[in-house]
Write a protein that binds this ligand. Structure first.
Ligand SMILES: C[S@@+](CC[C@H](N)C(=O)[O-])C[C@H]1O[C@@H](n2cnc3c(N)ncnc32)[C@H](O)[C@@H]1O
Length: 266
């Protein structure tokens, strides 16, 4: 897709250099994961349900922790990601853990040129759609890869969060369908001291855009929830008000931070 930003090359380079630091970070805690800890959160686990024997397409799987966590629950998982460093690491972990997971490295808009199957579940979570300029082809891809009766399980950071500057001092970006956001970042959310500088191109997508694109692609929305906390400590100025639940300190419980959605292909 042409956006005039070379966003695929820039974001791929950013995610490649981030991945190398994420794998060793306390945030992703690969040691505990290797010992059997699931990387999935209660929010998405409630929607995924029993995974035994289910085929799963995991969109934007990063280095495969959630893909392998679903495989450990009995699913056969195919993960897709743009970053070749992330996919190499996902394959390495899969081999080490002898998990039922395989991986494809491509831009998700280009997936139909790489994969010709349908799945019981399409899954994607936390920090995904912001990397995509347009949700219409995203929703079409989800529908294309679901079997009739198949489920799309989605958990994502709330668009309200992405309207603020990094310090949550002011509203800096439009809620939805704005221009591309071009940012240069030192370090990464998972390791703020990592010696990397990355340029990234992202877009904000409001809830009407998300839900509207899924409805236009023929999916039926079966559940939708908002949460006033994040299960990840990936923002600035947070407090952990309960173990594993984070809020922006000055906002407390006043704003939503995450939403989840379950849609079905009729
Ligand atoms: C924050 S991760 C999401 C996964 C999960 N929340 C995690 O932290 O492991 C975002 C992923 O999206 C991938 N990504 C970005 N743009 C993409 C695109 N156009 N096609 C496929 N994957 C993409 C990145 O490479 C990265 O691994």
């Amino acid at each position: 897709m042409s956006t005039g930003h070379n966003y695929i090359e820039k974001n791929k380079a950013a995610w490649n250099s981030r991945t190398d630091h994420h794998v060793g970070s306390a945030f992703y805690d690969v040691d505990s994961f290797l010992k059997g800890k699931s990387s999935l959160n209660d929010i998405e686990l409630a929607l995924l349900g029993n995974m035994e024997g289910k085929s799963v397409l995991h969109l934007q799987c990063h280095f495969g922790q959630d893909s392998i966590s679903m495989a450990r629950m009995g699913a056969r998982v195919t993960g897709v990601d743009l970053s070749d460093h992330a996919i190499d690491k996902a394959r390495e972990l899969t081999e080490e853990l002898n998990a039922d997971a395989k991986f494809t490295c491509c831009d998700i808009y280009d997936l139909p040129n790489h994969l010709d199957e349908t799945f019981d579940i399409v899954f994607s979570s936390y920090g995904t759609i912001g990397w995509l300029p347009d949700l219409k082809p995203w929703a079409s891809i989800i529908s294309r890869y679901l079997k009739p009766g198949g489920r799309f399980v989605f958990a994502e950071f709330h668009p309200i969060i992405w309207m603020y500057d990094n310090d949550f001092d002011k509203v800096a970006y439009t809620y939805s369908k704005g221009d591309a956001i071009v940012e240069v970042e030192n370090g990464t959310y998972a390791d703020k001291d990592a010696p990397i500088v990355t340029e990234m191109i992202t877009w904000n997508h409001g809830l009407a855009e998300v839900i509207g694109s899924l409805l236009d692609a023929g999916l039926e929305i079966r559940s939708f929830n908002e949460y006033n906390y994040s299960p990840y400590n990936c923002f600035s100025h947070t407090i952990e008000f309960e173990p594993g639940k984070f809020r922006i300190e000055k906002f407390g419980d006043k704003i939503p931070m995450v939403y989840s959605l379950l849609a079905v292909k009729p």
